[in-house]
Design a protein around this ligand. Structure first.
Ligand code: HMG
Ligand code: MG
Length: 298
């Protein structure tokens, strides 16, 4: 049984552009995000307030957020790795932020230059500060289904980190298959364990599609009651500090699946296609999604 409604959190402007070889101008980013707003999406992750040395593609975070139109009812979020990131985000008026860490030591160190034990108190204070400002806070847990450096990741480690972030006050946990290794039976096993301790409406799935299993894994999640799914238009995406990581599950492919299964998302397919065309023109190369190959062939 599938849910009647699913919330898609579009992460392309953040996860997609952080790993995109073509550097979009601030104006191009703003135009693309505005076109995403026009699709009916209710959640868009627009940028990251991380170190511009680590992710130069998103160094214009403040300008992008200042420039986009803010449609009432749409949640615009950004990644914040630490207090400095949160302060930059709050300064420009962001009302939703996402803290992030890994369930595996090596990826955590490569991505944010800290051990897991050093990261937890940082995210604790960032979350508390954000909640004090009434911001909505997501907590990403990366490498839930496998780590590029360590291979398998212990589901109990994932659970402990997720519970710790929830205790800090994060509103929801997004479970990252950072390098796209998950399979449906593994997804079921991991979710079964987590759902024993965490309500389903506080969990989201953030699947990269490196091996083509993302939609199958998402379908498993939907049948288990998960109704929040992250995706990136055209299948852009990937963590630059996770070797072998490729794009997120594509929003356009996910929408095709959900529409076909009569699951409501509130997103207009024609408007999403316009946004896809605009994105492809900006990046200047064909996109990875299945749906985009159809319009490229026309
Ligand atoms: P660090 O070098 O250890 O930081 O980086 P530091 O605290 O020692 O500071 C060093 C310098 O960075 C200082 O500047 C700080 O001011 C500056 P300096 O004095 O040398 O001129 N700095 C900052 N500047 C702007 N904004 C900030 C900030 N913080 C410090 N917020 C740090 C530590 C966490 C900053 C760095 O490692 C970093 O930015 N990492 C981010 C990496 C990243 O964005 N990765 C991709 C996103 S995660 C992902 O894709 C996974 C996800 O999609 C889920 C999934 O798929 O699994 C979410
Ligand atoms: Mg990601």
């Amino acid at each position: 049984r599938l849910p009647q409604e699913v919330t898609i959190w579009e992460v392309g402007p953040r996860d997609g552009l952080q790993n995109e070889p073509t550097r979009l101008s601030t104006e191009e980013k703003i135009a693309w995000i505005d076109s995403l707003t026009d699709t009916g999406l209710t959640h868009i992750e627009v940028t990251s307030f991380v170190s511009p040395r680590w992710i130069p593609q998103l160094a214009d975070a403040a300008e992008v957020f200042a420039g986009i139109k803010k449609k009432p009812g749409v949640v615009y979020s950004a990644l914040v790795p630490n207090q400095q990131g949160l302060e930059r985000a709050l300064e420009v008026g962001m009302e939703a932020v996402a803290v992030f860490m890994s369930a595996s030591e090596s990826h955590n160190k490569k991505n944010i230059n800290k051990t897991i034990a050093q990261t937890l108190p940082v995210l604790h204070s960032v979350t508390q500060m954000a909640k004090a400002q009434r911001a909505y806070v997501r907590g990403y847990v990366s490498t839930v289904f496998g780590c590029p450096y360590e291979g398998e990741v212990d589901v109990d480690q994932v659970l402990q980190i997720a519970l710790s972030l929830l205790e800090d006050g994060v509103d929801e946990i997004s479970l990252g298959d950072t390098i796209g290794v998950a399979t449906p039976l593994q997804t079921e096993r991991v979710l079964e364990r987590l759902l024993k301790e965490i309500p389903q409406d506080r969990l989201a799935l953030h699947m990269h599609d490196t091996r083509g299993t993302a939609l199958a894994n998402i379908l498993v999640g939907l049948t288990m009651g998960i109704t929040k799914i992250d995706s990136a238009l055209g299948g852009l995406g990937g963590c630059p500090y996770a070797p072998g990581a490729s794009g997120n599950v594509a929003t356009d492919d996910l929408l095709y699946l959900l529409e076909g299964c009569k699951v409501n998302t509130g997103i207009d397919q024609a408007a999403l296609l316009s946004s896809l065309v605009l994105l492809q023109n900006s990046v200047g190369h064909p996109l990875h999604s299945h749906a985009s190959k159809i319009f490229q062939a026309q």
